[in-house]
Design a protein around this ligand. Structure first.
Ligand code: ADP
Length: 261
């Protein structure tokens, strides 16, 4: 079976993978990887079979956030198969598992496309209900490769409420639209800052932007996730908040998000 891309190339179905969901953002640093990791682990906690592919070839952060930095996947060169690593019930693969920590990637577009294609098709995912793909920011080679190569069920767009991030998020939604990938909705990250001392909430990156964007594109705001020190600390430690404190207020945002996707 093969679906046709807008360019007329045949898309490859990944055997055993029911849904491919891109987690994307227009701008870097808005919390896309943090959202992807917590969403994937929260989804696995519901009993779903989940994979997480790090498509950020230049700046892979999944190995660290998944507590798997320094681990290497098993590669079977005869059958050209890469075996994903697993933690918190989520299978993951990243170029970061195959390079040294401080190794900068100086690759041109076609090499990025080639590496991502391999991560998509040569990994023995087994049976998955969801394969989340943590996209690099922007609308470049990785986005083209993903949307042209495999049938993507939908995209979750992550943004902060700031105008500049929203502007870039709009470009991201438009890009997926052109590639006929529906936007499943918007995650507004760093919605409010929760003071760790007094619990007071302040909208330091402004308010209401994600709602306006969702109305414009007739899509939904799937979650408002606060800027919270615990989320950052746990991401840095490699124990996502949903794995470390599944019953916490912070984790509930991601559990609810998993229910919306
Ligand atoms: P991106 O993937 O968009 O580049 P990251 O997920 O790497 O962004 O997040 C950037 C930084 O912000 C990281 O240090 C991360 O821990 C932190 N961060 C992301 N989301 C939150 C949040 N909701 N609360 C606190 N810190 C966050």
């Amino acid at each position: 079976m093969s679906a046709k891309t807008t360019q007329g190339q045949a898309k490859e179905h990944l055997p055993g993978v029911a849904n491919i969901v891109a987690v994307a953002s227009g701008k870097g640093g808005v919390g896309k990887s943090t959202t992807a990791v917590n969403l994937a682990v929260a989804m696995a906690q519901t009993g779903a079979r989940v994979g997480l592919l790090d498509a950020d070839i230049y700046g892979p952060s999944i190995p660290r956030m998944m507590g798997l930095a320094g681990y290497k996947p098993q590669i079977d060169y005869d059958t050209k198969t890469i075996h994903p690593l697993e933690n918190y019930g989520v299978k993951t693969i990243s170029i970061g598992y195959m390079i040294e920590d401080n190794q900068a990637m100086l690759w041109r577009g076609p090499m990025v496309a080639g590496a991502l294609s391999q991560l998509l098709t040569d990994v023995a995912w087994g049976e998955l209900d969801y394969l989340f793909v943590d996209m690099p920011p922007g609308t470049g080679d990785a986005q083209l490769t993903l949307t042209q190569k495999v049938p993507v069920t939908g995209a979750v767009l992550v943004t902060t409420p700031q105008d500049i991030a929203l502007l870039d998020c709009r470009k991201g939604i438009e890009m997926f639209r052109k590639a006929r990938v529906p936007a499943l909705g918007i995650v507004e990250n760093m919605s409010q800052f929760i003071c760790p001392n007094c619990g007071h909430a302040s909208a330091i990156f402004a308010e209401g932007g994600a709602e306006r964007l969702s109305q414009e594109f007739k899509t939904e705001v799937l979650a408002h996730i606060p800027l919270d020190i615990k989320i950052r600390e746990k991401a840095d430690e490699g124990t996502p908040i949903v794995a470390a404190f599944p019953d916490s207020e912070q984790a509930k945002h991601y559990t609810a998000l998993a229910g919306e996707v």
